[in-house]
Design a protein. Sequence first.
Length: 380
Amino acid sequence: MLVSKKMTLKPLLESANGVHLTAYLVNRGNLVDLKSQLRETIHQAYEWLDPVMSVEERNRFLEPLDSLLMDARIFKQMKGNIGVFRNQDSFRVLNVPVDVEQTCQVATSFHIKPLLRWLQTDQEFLLLGLEKDAAHLYLGSQDSLKLVDSILYPDSLKNKYSVGDYSSLKEARKRKVLEDETFVWLNEWISQLTKISEPKLFLAGEKSLVVSLNRSLKYKKAVKTSVANLFNKNNVSDVCSTIRRILKAESKAEIEKTLMEFRFAEEGNRTRKNIFQIAKAVVQGRVRKLIVSDELSIFGKIDKKSGGLSIHPFDLDHEDDDILDDLAQMVLSQGGEVIVASQNEIPKGRPVLAILEGDDKELEKTEASYRHEVLQERFG
């Protein structure tokens, strides 16, 4: 059964309380350089943890990082930048294929803004490639592709036939029945695999095969128009390149749509701009949409009950965290939407903006009213 990237990252996005170490390493393709960054991370972590842990506790907490430094073969498998996440219960090393700065933070939750940027710009997808004798299902993203499974069609489907007499027409009808049965089974196979995660599904293959599959395909996120009229194992890369271009454009358009919504809300004075007011609204569960800068950190502490903030000029201790990061984490846990953007993309270059519950409905009314006024001016 497929598990989405979001589900895989969920424990990191939601983890809170206790000591959390987050490190991001910049992968320049040089193992010596990566080990140097990791060594610097470990050194910083020892300093951060010294006031709050005994030597034995600190050594035990950092032991997985020390082991990684001694045997860094896992780095050779990673094409993108690297995230290292450690708390009392877990240790994870991830390939993070977005731009990051080399950082090490010790706080009461993980530093998640780079992970959110990754999620919003890199959609996973399924590719079902249909050959004459088999179907192949792949799971892909902007930087990865893996074969999930393959199935062979029944032998009777592989045999070619020619229409010309009664017997061949009879064989053609048989073949159609078998074909339909095969694709019904294929539809059920996809449904079983996607019970937990439902990425967009793209189809590739000869038109007649795609048409036959579409008769039984019930997968809600299927793009029923074939992305390629030919499929074989030699052209998988080309087909995936096409899909990646489509999804990249969709992600960009979706982010731009949300940014436009915030710009419109800002012009209508319907966003919350004050970080103290936003923090109180977040704690109360009233923030539906939040946008935060990924270029700025505001260090301090949030009172999880009152929403009160204590802001510091820099990261003071192991309990200090990037408040923007904490706000994003809390809004996500409440089912809200979070966008991470560059400061120059955020209206007036603000570090954080929020749309509260109810404000988005009011915005829809205002926007509809505005469109009506424009139409009235144009057409009387």
